[in-house]
Design a protein around this ligand. Sequence first.
Ligand code: GLU
Length: 525
Amino acid sequence: MIWVNDVKDNYPKSNISMNQQNVRVRFAPSPTGPLHMGGVRTALFNYLLAKKTGGTFILRIEDTDQTRFVPGAEDYIMEALKWCGIQVDEGIVEGGPYGPYRQSDRKALYQQYASQLLESGNAYLAFDSPEDLEQVRSEYETKGETFTYNAATRQQMRNSLSLSKSVVDQLIASGEKYVIRFKMPDDEVVTDNDLIRGSVSFNTSLLDDKVLFKSDGMPTYHLANVVDDHLMEITHVIRGEEWLPSMPLHVLLYEKFEWEKPVFAHLPLILKPVGKGKLSKRDGDKMGFPVFPLRWTDPFTSEVSSGYREEGYFPDAFVNLLAMLGWNPGTEQEIFSMDELAEAFDLSRVGKSGSKFDPEKAKWFNHQYMQQKDNAELAEMLMPILHEKGVKVEVDYVVKVVEMLKERATFLPEIWDQGFYFFEDPKSYDPKTVSKRWKEGVPEMMQEIYDFLASYQGAWSPAIVKEDFSAFVTKKQWNFGLVMNAFRLCIVGAAMGADLFEICAMIGKEATLRRIQNGIQNIPV
Ligand code: GLU
């Protein structure tokens, strides 16, 4: 990309004054697929600024490029924001005084702005067909050069600047297709202040005459974006760094329209965990982490991409980890609720350089949230997972299981993986443990244990059972380890799990006896 980024590091970054009234920010995704986590972070930073300042957060769908339309993407975007707790004040569902909020529904209003630029001499009609353009491009290429449609070349192309008015009128009358291009000034320096980068300058001779309005009657991103930001009275344009090269064109458009500019802030990229460059879906596939907030099934290829939600991340943990990618509070604090984020958030604390995504750190955040969350809340969240497994259980029981297991768990489904035996009898017995622990004589020994426990009169509590049980084993002169391993195999089905007497107390006497009996009958010696 050709642009000059003349960052002066000592340039004072302008802060958003806290008493600034009516902050209006927008998240403006194109529904071309699932939202990348970088996109969610952009939405989040916009939302946080709105929340902090009592402003308005707008969701605008930028779907002017109909060739890139992907069914389901719009719903996906809205569902992802909802899952994250990012509340939209104005949008396609919420409505609002500046609607419609989907650009294809605003189609009729862009033409007049393109005409305005034509009249003021800042835009022109271009009749070059895609084939014409392809041909000049390849001619330049054979000379080892790159073709740019700009002040240096536009006279040799077929447009309303190079052709006479009568030819142009004739072409229009004969139905020739044309686009409207911006007439990029020659050799000017466009300078603007970016809230994150400070002063940024671009030389216009390195830029091209961008198409503003297409032959299909639709505006391009640039025109629609600037017109809508103006009409929707957007005060701050906060978006990803990949849009920085568009900034000079946008600044010039505001100038030519004689509109007041919003403040720009270009967020740094989220970088790959290893190597260089922007975090991509491929990195996630390779290293086994999601790059999308929610699971996404591609409507064309049926390819499924994993999502943070389905991987078991808590939405507040996901939001927290996203916020820390690029922003820092200037203190050691790492755990922030949405309200705390909104309070602490400040664009001047967003760094200029990209932040590496660390999948282990992402897990760490989820683990922290797991520990912080109320057991009852976690139990409620676990209930659907248990229902899916066909388990019918009271929530109070689940609360106790959560309490015992959450310390070692990072994701909620791990409670099932580590504690399934609290909810169901073993369906199978781990063959390795069987061959190691279920020796000759063991079934007879377990039968005696069964008889002992069946006639046991003491309280069915872990400590008491353990004490009496140990006394019984000692009296029998059995090897304690051998007994416990066989006992565990009957109760759990494998050599794993919580304290055995805790498990027996939780599942109750009846289930304990049933599992021992099942073990005796079903585990092969
Ligand atoms: N539609 C653009 C996108 O998909 C919006 C960029 C901007 O915020 O200006 O990201």
